[in-house]
Design a protein around this ligand. Structure first.
Ligand SMILES: [Zn+2]
Length: 616
């Protein structure tokens, strides 16, 4: 679809990338994740008025949810994360990386870098604010021939990791709090879903070119700001999959268009939302619905809304889903509405009684919520507000990305007066970093490698942590073989769920050297890497021997399994013991018993599966 067809779409992307520094941003703790918490700290959210004297609407809603926060504390965290001690100076290593990225994005770097406090209201920071420093402004990148402006680059502290969310309580882990994070915000120059995705990809590539960013799930997150003509600005949080960005944008356009259609229909019908909240607990005293039974049930009446609450606004999501999101944000399980009833154990008699109790007729809709009476009351109060807004248009809000590309309501869009100076941390003058140089971009490196490798593989190798080994060995070993060792084989081993991340630079170097020196055949590389995953401290000599015996072992086991198939058919997995004896008598002292046991067990399990009748 061309630019004009996207309904005046404007998209800005915010990218958050964790940095792979030794220490955190404002304390000297490591940036690795931890296990085994030492203790838990309990906090409530208190609402502070901003210096302007106004209450933030998002903060107000969070307080109304009356949530309690628990924080997991580790040996690898300190009193700074717990907000019991002031922060240290800003981490210079992190600032250096931030300035390097700013230069790559052709931005103007600020002379003085000041740390500010940005109010955070979801408990994800023990202090109630996030420390953030604006480093650079106003840059530009080119994406598929379009110029996309870069508005800001900030260096900030990562929030806590959310471990658990229950009714009225959220549990956070302090290990992630304070990891340095670069936040890059583009201008709202993006006009199609595809360019949105490509922009995020390009910025990700630029960040990885520094070789100083963390990798893996959760280490990079994209927030997407979206609006269309006649709609509203919506911020979608936490898109983790790059390949989902275009879909998220498309679905949000669809949602806003459908909300505008709903507005038109409601205006035509002269729809009204009643302020009153009805207590309808009595109707459901003996209900078959497990969700309602034994709970307080409250209801609201939406006049002339019949059919509207059940209208689909995104694939698999209805207007009612938006109301349910609000209920969940207030700690309830969700809502029911008459467009979807009778169902879920609620009978048509109960629906009739419900309608009668609130004075609803055929053209109306009724929404019910069950649970703690105060929570239900507060949630329905908010749903009344939301339902009223259906006749006005699309509300500005913060939403969260779901795995299928749809989104759910999270909270109102926060107000803008949310920053104030952090007086505990002194500012830094950026001329300290005049010597920072721009590294080679991964895509530039990929172009060089494409002379030696297929294009896709060239990019993978250029993007790899071990690209330097490729440069070192591709003159003495065939480049495709080097690429196989560094990327193709590890990818295959990863699919077998082997711990490929335990392979370090020295392991790849060892295998490449042995291939170069003719100590192992290039076909042996696969086995060599498998062995190094199991035995990371193996020497070249041991590795050579193991490759030899491993091959013998595999074929010995295979032959044995075939010979003893009747035994396996009869005894199943308990054929392991007698067969293990046979293998051990042959390989004792040559191969680690643990490896033999694993291989034999796998082979028996495969055989058992194979012998099992298909239709059972
Ligand atoms: Zn610390």
């Amino acid at each position: 679809m061309s630019q004009e067809n996207w309904y005046g779409l404007k998209v800005g992307i915010e990218i958050h990338q964790q940095l792979d520094t030794e220490e955190k941003l404002f304390c000297r703790c490591p940036t690795e994740s931890s296990e085994d918490a030492r203790l838990e700290i309990k906090r409530y959210l208190r609402l502070k008025r901003s210096e302007m004297g106004e209450e933030d609407r998002a903060a107000k809603e969070e307080v109304e949810r009356k949530k309690k926060f628990l924080y997991k504390y580790y040996d690898s965290t300190c009193l700074v994360e717990a907000d019991e001690e002031p922060p240290t100076e800003i981490n210079r290593e992190a600032l250096r990386i931030a300035i390097q990225v700013a230069k790559m994005l052709k931005m103007t770097i600020l002379d003085e870098i000041h740390v500010m406090r940005k109010i955070v209201i979801d408990g994800s920071n023990t202090t109630g604010f996030q420390r953030t420093a604006l480093v650079a402004l106003d840059g530009e990148i080119e994406v598929k021939g379009e110029k996309i402006g870069i508005a800001t680059l900030c260096l900030e502290e990562e929030a806590c990791r959310k471990v658990e969310e229950g009714e009225g309580v959220t549990v956070y882990s302090l290990d992630r709090l304070g990891i340095p994070l670069i936040e890059i915000g583009t201008k709202a120059d993006i006009k199609t879903p595809e360019i949105a995705k490509e922009t995020a990809k390009k910025i990700g590539m630029i960040l990885r070119s520094t070789r100083k960013v963390k990798r893996g799930i959760g280490t990079i997150r994209q927030d997407v700001n979206i609006s269309i003509k006649g709609g509203a600005r919506v911020e979608i949080k936490g898109v983790q999959e790059l390949d989902l960005i275009d879909k998220v944008v498309e679905y949000e356009v669809l949602r806003q268009l459908n909300l505008l259609k709903i507005r038109e229909e409601l205006q035509k019908r002269n729809a009204q939302v009643l302020e009153k909240i009805f207590d309808v607990t009595e109707i459901f005293t003996n209900t078959k619905s497990k969700i309602l039974r034994g709970k307080t049930v409250k209801a609201i009446l939406l006049k002339n809304f019949a059919g509207i609450v059940g209208t689909e606004i995104q694939p698999g999501r209805r207007l009612g889903s938006e109301f349910a999101d609000i209920a969940r944000a207030f700690g309830l399980g969700g809502i029911f509405h008459t467009d979807e009833l009778p169902a879920y154990g609620i009978t048509s008699e109960e629906v009739e009684m419900l309608k009668k109790a609130v004075g609803a007729n055929e053209s109306d809709a009724v929404v019910i919520a069950a649970g703690d009476p105060h929570r239900a009351e507060r949630a329905l109060r908010r749903i009344i507000e939301r339902a009223k807004y259906c006749s006005i248009g699309v509300p500005e809000e913060t939403r969260k990305a779901n795995e299928d590309g749809t989104t759910s309501y999270l909270r109102p869009l926060p107000g803008s007066a949310r920053m104030y100076p952090e007086t505990d941390v002194p500012p830094v003058l950026s001329y300290e970093f005049l010597d920072v140089e721009i590294p080679e971009l991964i895509e530039e490196r990929a172009k060089r490698y494409a002379k030696l490798l297929p294009e896709d593989l060239a990019f993978e190798i250029a993007d790899s942590k071990h690209y330097r080994l490729f440069e070192e060995f591709s003159s003495s070993i065939q480049p495709t073989i080097v690429a196989r060792v560094l990327h193709v084989i590890p990818t295959e081993l990863r699919r077998e769920n082997l711990n490929v991340d335990s392979l370090k630079e020295e392991h790849f170097r060892m295998v490449l050297e042995m291939i170069r020196n003719g100590e192992i055949a290039k076909e042996g590389a696969d086995n060599a890497l498998r062995i190094l995953i199991e035995k990371p401290f193996a020497s070249k000599k041991e590795l050579k021997e193991l490759i030899g015996s491993k091959k013998d072992l595999d074929s010995f086991i295979q032959k044995l399994i075939e010979e003893k198939r009747d035994l396996i058919a009869e005894k199943g997995e308990s054929a392991f013991k007698p067969l293990m004896g046979l293998v051990m008598s042959e390989f004792r002292g040559k191969v680690d018993g643990k490896i033999i046991a694993e291989k034999l067990r796998d082979a028996i399990l495969r055989k058992v599966k194979e012998l099992r009748p298909q239709n059972s």
